[in-house]
Design a protein around this ligand. Structure first.
Ligand SMILES: O=C[C@H](O)COP(=O)(O)O
Length: 261
């Protein structure tokens, strides 16, 4: 496998939390908790609800914070009669770098299929956004020891029709559903097993050079107290953090995990 230096990404998925005023307070606090050295070592991104994005954009631009941000979902369509949906063009106009695609909560509560996830990934690239593609198995699949094949099938489905040039910049988040919001975190070995399997599949699909560039995150009950051993795994390049990311102090500690003893 080709080796390359991948800058870790710590992305905070706020889910359906925080008003735009609370968003401003959190981003300010987060920015003050991280120094230039932290932000050189680790890329830090926030993924607020759509209603917060304009405020987050204005604050980050005005104060020149070295923080990235993005949306939690996008429509596969460019525009039109799709009530309640948000297009990639709208997110791009707000200065978003990232967009989460295929989160298990979207798959569960909005019946998102792999086909739809693949279409959303293409829409993200069309509008210059970097997808954070979420894959991962539910508890019963893990209990049947089919977690690797399940997760790789989701990956194959999501990447269907995607070229190597675009695949090289995707971010893949391995999120075992049983670890999301449950307090039950995967072991560092579990995270490494799937991160390595994802990279291997990317190498098979796109070649070793592409696979070596892709950042693979772990997500599921990440906290300041458990992030370091997960980040020490060779194929884990960051974390997609849910609950702990809406507390600025905790998320800052996660982002500067490298300072922890
Ligand atoms: O997107 C983030 C994941 O769903 C993890 O959420 P959590 O950290 O609350 O378990």
């Amino acid at each position: 496998m080709a080796t390359t230096t991948r800058r870790p990404l710590m992305a905070g998925n706020w889910k359906m939390n925080l008003t735009h005023l609370e968003a401003i307070a959190l981003v300010q606090k987060l920015a003050f908790s991280l120094n230039d050295d932290d932000l050189e070592k680790v890329e830090v991104a926030v993924l607020p609800p759509f209603t917060d994005l304009r405020s987050v954009q204005t604050l980050i631009d005005a104060d020149r914070y070295n923080l990235a941000y993005g949306g939690q979902d996008l429509s596969p369509q460019d525009s039109g009669a799709y009530t309640g949906d948000i297009s990639g063009a709208m997110l791009a106009k707000l200065g978003c770098t990232y967009v989460v695609v295929g989160h298990s909560e979207r798959r569960q509560y909005h019946a998102e299929t792999d086909e739809l996830v693949a279409a959303k990934i293409k829409a993200a690239y069309k509008h210059g956004l970097t997808p954070i593609l979420c894959v991962g198995e539910p508890l019963e699949v893990r209990q049947e020891n089919r977690h690797v094949e399940h997760t790789l099938a989701q990956l194959d489905g999501a990447l269907d029709g995607l070229g190597a040039e675009q695949a090289a910049s995707i971010v893949v988040a391995y999120e075992p559903v049983w670890a999301i919001g449950t307090g039950e975190v995967a072991t560092p070995d579990d995270a490494q097993e799937l991160a390595a399997a994802i990279r291997e599949r990317l190498a098979k699909l796109y070649g070793a050079d592409v696979a070596a560039k892709v950042r693979v995150l772990y997500g599921g009950s990440v906290k300041a107290s458990n992030v370091k051993p997960i980040m020490e795994q060779p194929d884990v390049d960051g974390a997609l953090v849910g609950g702990a990311s809406i507390n600025a102090d905790e998320f800052a500690l996660i982002a500067r995990y490298h300072r922890n003893p």
